[in-house]
Design a protein. Structure first.
Length: 99
């Protein structure tokens, strides 16, 4: 299994209504230094409907400003549709919603 495949398997395991940070995905995929690689992998997600890349957020609990698969605001809409509530500053409470 190559690096991207490992990352995709981790992202597929994030349950609906939960998120993981790029760093968490990197660690679970086998290397805590792969956070940027996680971003690269998700940007070329071969199965957007199967690999829920919208459930990956940055270490501050913020969504991507320009979500790769739909444009600005789409990632937030997808997460809200799964029951995730955003704080007034636009962040997700990682203590509550992180895997």
């Amino acid at each position: 299994m190559n690096t991207f495949e490992k990352i995709y398997e981790v992202v597929k395991s994030i349950p609906k209504g939960k998120v993981a940070t790029y760093g968490q995905v990197a660690l679970l995929a086998g290397n805590p230094r792969w956070a940027r690689v996680v971003g690269y992998a998700l940007h070329v997600n071969p199965e957007p409907g199967i690999i829920p890349c919208h459930r990956v957020v940055n270490r501050e609990g913020k969504v991507a400003p320009s979500f790769a698969f739909g444009g600005e605001g789409v990632q937030r809409q997808l997460l809200e549709s799964e029951g995730i509530v955003f704080e007034s500053d636009g962040r997700i409470d990682l203590g509550k919603y992180s895997i």
